[in-house]
Design a protein around this ligand. Structure first.
Ligand code: C5P
Length: 219
């Protein structure tokens, strides 16, 4: 069984997807982390974030691995732990440029499908229901107001000691959504057969329970 969870930035997809995967005993695949790893690769090589040929050549040779960890999942690029590096503001604010490159998407989508072919998955991203796993049995599209998403990101940041103002976070989130929804290839879009869940007023547990009930109905 494949479960696709898509939605805009900071809508709570990864938090919920991780819990759903654990409860079902499925593999969790964070596709955003793969595009973030591609952006870290470009940064490390000093490549322009729009340099499609350069990034793709490096990416084809790159080993991107996820390893379970107490805090969730660690991400490795060519053996190096980049779990923290993929979340820096520079990467967050440039990942949409890298993820819009056609060659990068083709390479990542092929890797994502390869992982999904190996077993039961909960995969989160922007184009999972529309492009990566169009036959997924359950498709969820998670949304929340930009204000609420910025508040959640602010609370997460504060806990980590990052002090970006709330208004800046909201502006960054809105800009990333705008870039992700208007790009030419596989833009962020609800699949016709996806179920939309507005999480603005819901707790994490409520969203998890809603998804588990949908999964049960489709088993
Ligand atoms: O989910 P997360 O916010 O970590 O994703 C980071 C970025 O990766 C998104 O803003 C988007 O540009 C890109 N992405 C994508 N397709 C996916 C997942 C993420 O283009 N399936």
């Amino acid at each position: 069984m494949q479960i696709a969870i898509d939605g805009p930035a900071s809508s709570g997809k990864s938090t919920v997807a991780k819990i759903v995967a654990t409860k079902l005993g499925f593999v969790y695949v964070d596709t955003g982390a793969m595009y973030r790893a591609s952006t870290v690769l470009a940064q490390k090589l000093g490549l322009d974030f729009g340099d499609e040929a350069g990034i793709l050549a490096a990416l084809k040779e790159a080993d991107i691995q996820f390893k379970p960890d107490q805090a969730g999942q660690k991400v490795f690029l060519n053996g190096e732990d980049i779990t923290l590096a993929i979340r820096t503001p520079e990467i967050t604010n440039n990942v949409s440029q890298v993820s819009a490159l056609a060659g990068v998407r083709t390479e990542m989508v092929a890797r994502q499908r390869q992982i999904a072919d190996q077993g039961q998955v909960v995969m989160d991203g922007r184009d999972i229901g529309t492009t990566v796993l169009p036959a997924a049995k359950v498709k969820i599209f998670m949304v929340a107001s930009a204000q609420e998403r910025a508040k959640r990101r602010y609370a997460e940041n504060t806990a980590k000691g990052i002090m970006t103002p709330l208004a800046t976070l909201q502006a960054e989130i809105e800009l990333r959504d705008q870039k992700d929804s208007t790009r030419a290839i596989s833009p962020l879009k609800k699949a016709d057969d996806a179920i939309e869940i507005d999480t603005t007023q819901l707790t994490i547990d409520e969203v998890v329970d809603t998804i588990l009930a949908i999964v049960k109905k489709n088993m």
